[in-house]
Design a protein around this ligand. Structure first.
Ligand code: ADP
Ligand code: ASP
Ligand code: MG
Length: 814
């Protein structure tokens, strides 16, 4: 004999019911089958709605009722195309009863728990009727038995308690005499001694099946649902979750108690005592293995077995000096809650006994608050206790596993991972069995929290990094191309899954929370929504994805102003935009502090020397205890290009133009030629060396003429370059006469920094600097004479993109 239970989705359409029938038919060739069915998916909710509307005198309950009727008739027509008069009439009869019950509720404006149970019981009665008739029409040896004749309960409506002994007797007696190969039973429904309909609690069809399996000492209980087993986390919220092959009763109970809806928690109790295994299978994919729940602890090798969540939680805190050392305090509190029939989901108490915290379902807040305040009214009046404090919009996430009790540091890992992702932990509880660690967090953080923990405990060091890229011009486009090219390698070798979630240019922005395809992002962006800096930020916050990184590939001051907002949300910032680090010192310091405070990396390696590891080298020197004596550097790829190509046979104006056209200068070449760009770079190095400097503190020995410097527009600037050609030729001639090279040099000593054009003699490391290369010489306490030199291509879209990429990977590997 086998007991099978099919859930709401499994019986939710004719197609799925046909799947159910083939599963049952196949098994019935070797076994007697008892098949417990749920209501058609969504019907129990709809019945509840009709009841509530009717009670309020709202006639729109009739629309929902019409929909319920339509769904069931449609099922019948699809399953039994030529249905007999009797079957149709019988269905009509049941629906007529439902209608008159609702009109009763409508007329007297009352929906008591007793009536609600009667109402809800229609769902399972209707589905079981249609399924059994279908089986019979298809010539299978099937019959329908009303579970209400078998399972007896008290009158604790909505979630009635089962009288196990009597129900067992009824079940065994019935099946002793029933000779049918297949028996269909409606789940969830039962009856009291007074003959009133009762129900076993939402999701209770699982429990019905477990009761029947236990009464008949069945060898196995099969729960057929819409997922392939009990997953490591709710698969609807965690994409990477996977079915747990084997799990013991305690773990399954803990996971289901803490929200794994796939199994109704009370269902484990009846089968556990008899050691009847539960198998969870997928009706839609019956070939999948599913999950095997038994008493044998199976060592999966994982430190944890699963993670679950309960939403819509409220936390009640009772505190005050009156609590310390007074015995019976908790007793009174819990008695009151029991009296009010409030289910306590989690308890924590500080060892000082100064406060006690309990988590309850949000719908119970009003009842709990007034009950507790009433119970302790004397103590509250005497100021020994504060009125109960209520916090809502919370949720619980729980990490479960029997292996956890043998392992140290599990809670450290759990809370560390949550903390790094800015998930605020409101309360913590760990059961003494040590197979469950629970945290109360904000409701809005549930998805992120589950995914963070899943990544930490179930994905073998794989890490997902979620990118929001602002600016997809030359460099941004290259960055996306590099990500696309390296994806596979990163996944396989570094276990990093880089996903682009948002992209924006100044006109449009485009998001995909499942990851933007790096092949087709341009089309997405073209058809995207209108861009706004706030909108981009809002979306990154709203999506609330773990390991989020904002990448600034613009040169915009307005974008740079956004960094602090991102950092405050623990979203890392990677920027090639220099403005934030070279603007006011307080701003730079603030961002650095936020980065520390909110545990969000702020990386800007490409601000100096594009992809060259200059800032990283400087930071490594300092953090390893070295001291910077001086830095000498050629930091402008643009100026290097200009002076490497400028001779007495060319015009300075033409070379600058050429540099601009080839993308070696900023869009406004004055930023490069005036030395401002280099001054910003040496300023950043100065700040990274620990000096509190501003741009005005950098001495700028400009090589331009006053006329050049006074130009208002770029065109004007070019005109003055032509007019002052002689000035530039004389700079060239002077160096040439000494057989020296012109280089634009930045210098930093212990307390001074300057930038300017210098004549460099043969043999100096700067002399042979080619093209747009950069060079930085660090003279430090450890490198006093022979400097540490970093040299290489210091400009260009490709190397800048690769520098950004390196910063992103650094965050991923963190
Ligand atoms: P049924 O109607 O078949 O009883 P339920 O909706 O009650 O189905 O339970 C199955 C659902 O449980 C899944 O679709 C999934 O969304 C949810 N669920 C939550 N946590 C888990 C988990 N850890 N493993 C599997 N499913 C889960
Ligand atoms: N139909 C009921 C519900 O939706 C019982 C069940 O499906 O298990 O809660
Ligand atoms: Mg269910």
């Amino acid at each position: 004999m086998k007991v099978l239970k099919f859930g709401g989705t499994s019986v939710g359409s004719a197609q799925n019911i046909n799947r159910v029938i083939s599963i049952v038919e196949e098994l019935s060739s070797n076994h007697q089958i008892i098949c417990v069915v749920s209501a058609v998916g969504g019907i129990t909710d709809q019945l509840q709605q009709t009841g509530q509307l009717a009670q309020l005198g709202d006639t729109s309950y009739l629309d929902i009722l019409a929909d319920i009727e339509k769904k069931h008739f449609q099922l019948l027509d699809e399953l039994i195309p030529v249905n007999s008069y009797q079957v149709k009439t019988a269905l009509e009869e049941k629906l007529k009863h439902l209608k008159s019950l609702l009109s009763g509720i409508y007329l007297i404006n009352e929906l008591s728990p007793k009536t609600l149970d009667k109402l809800l019981s229609f769902g399972e009665q209707l589905s079981s009727f249609i399924i059994s008739e279908t089986l019979i029409v298809r010539n299978l040896d099937a019959s329908l038995k009303n579970t209400q004749d078998l399972i007896l309960t008290d009158e604790n409506f909505i979630k009635a308690h089962v009288f196990i002994r009597e129900s067992n007797e009824n079940i065994t007696n019935y099946f002793r005499s029933s000779k049918h190969k297949i028996t269909i039973l409606p789940g969830f429904v039962a009856r009291s001694h007074n003959g009133n309909s009762t129900t076993l609690g939402r999701g209770g069809s699982d429990y019905t099946a477990a009761l029947v399996a236990a009464a008949l000492k069945s060898k196995e209980l099969e729960i057929w649902t819409d997922v392939s087993g009990m997953y490591t986390a709710n698969p609807k919220l965690v994409k990477q979750a996977y079915p747990i092959e084997q799990i013991n009763y305690q773990e399954a109970m803990e996971l289901s108690h803490f929200g794994a809806k796939v199994l109704y928690p009370p269902s484990i109790q009846p089968v556990l005592e008899l050691k009847i295994p539960i198998v969870i299978k997928n009706t839609l994919q019956p070939q999948d293995k599913g999950t095997y729940i038994s008493s044998n602890a199976y060592q999966s090798g994982q430190s944890a077995t699963g993670i679950s969540n309960i939403d819509n939680i409220a936390l009640l805190t009772l505190q005050g000096s009156g609590m310390v050392g007074i015995p019976g305090f908790s007793k009174r509190l819990f008695e009151q809650l029991a009296l009010d029939k409030i289910n306590v989901i989690l308890i924590t108490q500080a060892s000082s006994e100064h406060s006690i915290c309990i988590a309850i379902d949000q719908t119970d807040i009003a009842k709990a608050e007034s009950g507790i305040n009433h119970m302790f009214s004397y103590e509250i009046e005497q100021k020994k206790l504060n009125p109960v404090l209520v916090e809502n919009d919370l949720a619980i996430i729980a990490l479960v596993g029997s292996n956890m009790k043998h392992l140290q540091g599990m809670s450290g890992k759990m809370f560390g991972a949550l903390g790094r992702n800015n998930i605020n932990i409101v309360a913590i509880a760990q059961g003494s069995s040590e197979i469950n660690i629970s945290a109360v967090i904000d409701q809005k953080d549930v998805k992120k929290g589950l995914n963070t923990l899943h990544e930490r405990f179930f994905e073998g060091n794989h890490k997902q990094v979620n990118l929001f890229i602002a600016g997809v011009g030359n460099v941004g486009e290259k960055l996306i191309a590099q990500i696309r090219q390296q994806r596979k390698y990163l996944k396989e070798k570094l276990k990093l899954n880089l996903r682009i979630i948002g992209v924006s240019n100044s006109r449009k922005m485009y998001f995909n929370s499942d990851g933007i395809d790096p092949k087709t992002w341009k089309e997405g962006l073209q058809n995207g929504e209108n861009a706004s800096l706030e909108g981009f930020y809002d979306r990154a916050v709203e999506l609330n994805l773990r390991n989020s990184v904002f990448v600034d590939v613009t040169a915009s001051a307005a974008v740079a102003q956004q960094y602090e907002h991102y950092l405050k949300e623990s979203i890392a910032v990677v920027a090639c935009n220099k403005i934030a680090c070279s603007a006011a010192l307080e701003n730079y310091q603030k961002l650095k502090n936020y980065s520390l405070k909110y545990n969000a990396p702020f990386l800007f390696e490409t601000n100096v020397g594009a992809g060259l590891p200059i800032i990283d080298t400087l930071q490594n020197l300092i953090s390893s205890g070295d001291k910077i004596v001086s830095i000498q550097a050629v930091l402008s790829g643009s100026l290097n290009f200009v002076f490497n190509n400028f001779t007495n046979e060319t015009k300075f104006h033409d070379i600058v133009k050429q540099a601009q056209e080839q993308g070696f200068t900023e869009p406004d070449p004055r930023i490069d030629l005036s030395g401002v760009d280099v001054a910003r770079k040496i300023l950043i190095l100065a700040r990274e060396s620990g000096l509190a400097m501003n741009l005005k503190d950098i001495k700028n020995n400009s090589f331009l003429t006053d006329k050049n410097n006074a130009s208002d527009t770029v065109d004007d600037f070019y005109r003055t370059l032509l007019e002052d050609e002689q000035h530039f030729q004389s700079l060239y001639a002077s160096a040439k006469a000494k057989q020296q090279q012109l280089k634009y040099v930045a210098t930093l000593t212990e307390n001074e920094a300057s930038v300017g054009l210098q004549e460099i003699p043969v043999g100096h490391p700067f002399y042979n600097l080619k093209g747009s290369d950069n060079i930085v010489m660090f003279y430090t306490a450890r490198y006093p004479e022979q400097p540490l030199i970093v040299k290489g291509a210091g400009a260009g879209a490709d190397v800048t993109a690769s520098g950004l990429f390196a910063d992103i990977i650094r965050i991923g590997n963190n």
